[in-house]
Design a protein around this ligand. Structure first.
Ligand code: UDX
Ligand code: UDX
Ligand code: ADP
Length: 474
């Protein structure tokens, strides 16, 4: 017989922990959920009207349960002491130095959260790894807990990877394709998994809550992200062939996606994938493969990231050559800075890399994004450690409060994020055309525009994965 969970603590109030545990509180009125973080400003924001992350539907969920069975706090000790089950949802960035630099995950935050649990816990806890972690992290957590815990307190470790995508987090959490719980194959391990499965069973059909061994669960998370990213790199590699041949990548995606073995989703060619997970998880997999002495496997996955970088370089090169081989002094209106629509998150956003390239070509850049904070854009573009970089940056880059303002006097509009408001049904492109330098170019890095319609207005339109019409007839 397994224990019923009545109090949950979530360590880490970020993109993963915040929405996930808010939804658990919303769906499980009998469970008290406390989300803790060391960052006071972040907790204050969660307790305010202005939540620290933008996610459609999140406000409603938080506001309906906050103060009832959902609490945000910096009192980590109390939350740990009181909880039966603790989610560890701290950040696991790629290591910036030392062994595995640039590839391995920095598990410092996971370790310190785990040590914190060991130090203050006075009773049995189920400890759940929620952050994306390299395979076998659970093992390290178990060792830390067992060698530092108080006598009499037992710890059971579970892996419960999160599959939510930003921008659709609430929808993904309400109706997940599956919930994955990994545990040790022992009496205690299976009981802990059953306790967590009961929590999800409040709203997820039982057959979608699947249990397996810890290592399979940890690896499944990396595998899912690697396969998704691989699809994007594959379609992006095909987009290069399309541009060179006169094929249209949207048509190719459509045609191949109708094969039920391939399926239609996640085949949209783009300027490159971003986000906090894909690159990090693949590099993790590369590192893991290398440490397991599997160099061919490592090389295979490394190419997925390499193709993504190549896509951004290729897109930039295409812009330069279209604009008569020079960007010097030209104004580029960059529409979209987030790594995808419906989020204010910019981690690994393709826009950051593109703007860096544009700056190297001495372009003037005007950026507009509906959700990303101005301070975040400056932070992402500044080069840490370079003296006076911000002054130089501000000579070259401006941030505007509308797409129209960004395009004013521009030589080209560059679509970097597929925000709905940039579509030709929403933005008045005639108005934009009128204020631009001629010839006025649009580079659609997200394939959201109707090329013919914009060409009628007078634009020169260049799209990922589509060669210019006149060229394809030559
Ligand atoms: C991803 C996984 O989807 C999610 O399951 C996991 O938990 C975390 O990582 P996320 O990074 O939030 O989620 O967004 P996702 O929708 O996967 O997009 C990632 C990047 O790929 C974005 O930059 C997006 O624009 C790009 N993308 C996605 C494409 O370029 N083409 C596509 O067809 C799909
Ligand atoms: C393939 C395509 O499926 C088909 O659409 C196309 O018209 C011709 O090429 P075929 O080669 O006959 O068909 O068989 P397929 O079922 O695709 O298998 C190809 C190979 O992949 C086989 O050796 C099969 O054993 C292997 N395979 C397939 C796997 O190893 N794992 C799988 O999950 C699927
Ligand atoms: P993710 O996208 O994985 O959710 P975030 O960076 O958005 O990553 O969130 C992780 C959060 O975890 C941050 O707000 C950070 O302050 C918090 N955090 C990291 N280490 C600890 C810790 N030991 N105790 C409490 N909170 C922590």
């Amino acid at each position: 017989p397994h224990k019923k969970v009545s109090k949950i603590c979530c360590i880490g109030a970020g993109y993963v922990g915040g929405p996930t545990c808010a939804v658990i509180a919303y769906k499980c009125p009998d469970i008290i959920v406390t989300i803790v973080d060391l960052n006071q400003a972040r907790i204050d924001a969660w307790n305010s009207d202005n939540l620290p992350i933008y996610e459609p539907g999140l406000d409603d969920v938080v506001k309906s349960v906050r103060g009832k069975n959902l609490f945000f706090s910096t009192d980590v000790d109390t939350a740990i002491k009181e909880a039966d089950l603790i989610f560890v949802s701290v950040n696991t960035p790629t290591k910036k130095s030392g062994v595995g630099k640039g590839f391995a995950a920095d598990l410092g935050y996971v370790e310190s959260a785990t040590r914190h649990i060991a130090k203050v816990a006075e009773s049995d806890k189920i400890v759940v790894e929620k952050s994306t972690v390299p395979c076998r992290t659970a093992q390290s957590m178990r060792k830390i807990l067992e060698s530092n815990g108080k006598p009499g307190a037992r710890f059971d470790i579970l892996s419960n990877p999160e599959f939510l995508a930003e921008g659709t987090a609430i929808r993904d959490l309400f109706a997940p394709d599956r919930v994955l719980i990994g545990s040790l194959d022992t009496v205690y391990g299976r009981a802990a998994a059953a306790s967590l499965a009961d929590v999800y069973a409040n709203w997820v059909p039982r057959k979608q809550v699947i249990t397996m061994n810890l290592w399979s669960s940890e690896l499944s998370k990396l595998a899912a992200n690697a396969l998704l990213a691989q699809r994007i790199s594959s379609i992006n590699a095909l987009s290069a062939i399309c541009e060179a041949t006169g094929a249209d990548v949207d048509e190719v995606s459509y045609a191949v996606g109708l094969d039920s073995r391939i399926g239609p989703k996640f085949l949209k060619a783009s300027v490159g994938f971003g986000g906090s997970c894909f690159q990090k998880d693949i590099l993790n997999l590369v590192y893991l493969s290398e440490s397991l002495h599997l160099p061919d496997v490592a090389e295979y996955w490394r190419q997925v990231v390499e193709m993504n970088e190549s896509q951004k370089r290729r897109f930039t090169q295409h812009i330069i050559s279209s604009l008569f081989n020079t960007l010097t002094g030209k104004r580029l209106a960059v529409l979209g800075f987030a790594f995808k629509k419906d989020t204010g998150d910019t981690r690994e956003s393709a826009a950051i890399t593109l703007i860096k390239y544009f700056r190297q070509e001495q372009a003037k850049i005007a950026i507009y994004d509906p959700k990303v904070e101005e301070s975040q854009i400056w932070y992402d573009l500044a080069e840490p450690g370079v003296v006076d970089d911000l002054t130089a940056l501000k000579k070259q880059v401006t941030i505007t409060s509308s797409a129209y303002e960004a395009a004013q006097g521009a030589d080209a509009v560059v679509i970097c994020t597929e925000w709905d408001e940039f579509r030709d049904t929403k933005l008045d492109y005639e108005k934009i055309y009128a204020t631009m330098n001629k010839p006025a170019f649009i580079f659609d890095g997200r394939l959201i525009l109707n090329q013919k319609k914009l060409e009628k207005i007078g634009f020169k339109v260049e799209c990922i994965g589509r060669s210019r019409l006149e060229e394809s007839f030559e």
